[in-house]
Design a binder for this molecule. Sequence first.
Ligand code: ZN
Length: 450
Amino acid sequence: MTKVARTPLENWIAARIGLKAGQGLTPARLAAWQLARLNETLAHAHANSAFYRDQWGGRAAPRLARLDAVTGLPFTSAEALRRDPLQLLCVSQSAVARVVTLRTSGTTGDPKRIFFTAEDLEATIDFFHHGMSTLVGPGDRVLILLPGELPDSVGDLLQKGLARLGAQGIVHGPVCDPALTLRAIADQRIRCLVGIPVQVLALARHPDGARIGCETLRSVLLSTDYVPDAVATALRESWGCQVFQHYGMTEMGFGGGVACAALSGYHLREADLFFEIVDPVSGQPAGNGRTGEVVVTTLTRRAMPLIRCRTGDLAAWIDAPCPCGTLLRRMAWVRGRRQEARRLADGILLEMRALDEALFALPEVIDYQAALWQADDGDHLRLTLVCARAHEPLASLAAAALSKVPAIRAAAANGSLRVDPPIVEVRLHSVQPATKRMIDDQRNRKYAVN
Ligand SMILES: [Zn+2]
């Protein structure tokens, strides 16, 4: 068996926390750094944010004796970042280098606003620099299929990080015309793609996608949305490349964690961020191996420190050591988001991920829309499949695959859900925004049946 290269994040974190050469990183040294930064963050937030002073009942800044005492602090919800984000801003407006406004598709509420100082953004570039060194080296070209037009946008920061390791990041932006993007990959001899899972899948399943070979394209890094196993498998099979995953969100300063060469879970940006996984209902630590909601606390953020920010993402800790030999923790791939599951009659939960695994495993499917609607005979699931080429038996293959999804099978068996015959559309583009895909719940609206 070939030896798996150790994650570059280990040495990077050792240097970031001030360890000298020969002074190895240990869990105790990392925990001591995290605790010191956490207490600084609590003091900074208390001194500068009315929101946090209020959260802590007007008392003095909390000072923790141990890292696990963090569980005694209240969560910060996404709602707080919408309601009055300036209440969380901890520096003067003149010190803010970038504000990111995040709108949630399908809702009309206020957007979230996240603030960063130049120092905060520098920490992200540093993470991208080291995290990407598992995938590419000096001279390699990376096509960035993420937004990057604006200075200090995610694509721009990634490009800057890549430049530090001698690689060339080319900001292409999200895929609008798959044929054009595929031409750019071939013409520019791209070594690595960084993009959104369904968009990269649409490239691989495009009629021109098969021309991209593994002799130039060696790896793909999927980001922005969680990655269904069926999508990662389809990309490996189409292109023969390695499929890496990145976990991040704007609240984490865009970057949170990235796979090592073992490709089995993320190592995290632990000098800057403290991660917890909690039971979504009780809020208590979920424990090793148990899936729960990811909660993040920033340790070095100046503009807008976030303390126990609930992400809505579902993941678990992996107890076993990583094959790469690092002592850093490992988080299993994010498995979806809390908010996107829909409750069927009889309390059965239908998760987006279950549909993803069933439908993206079918040939040619590049996207789909799912909607729950209500008729006199109960709930119906309506699916529109988007496929890159006409594929005759697709509707029947989809119906068969859906009937094997445990939640659908159970709900169909007790008569509380009917699956309408899937509709198939042939087109080369996705049909919905590439992020925040969800099952559209139309059951509170009345629809004419025809
Ligand atoms: Zn590893």
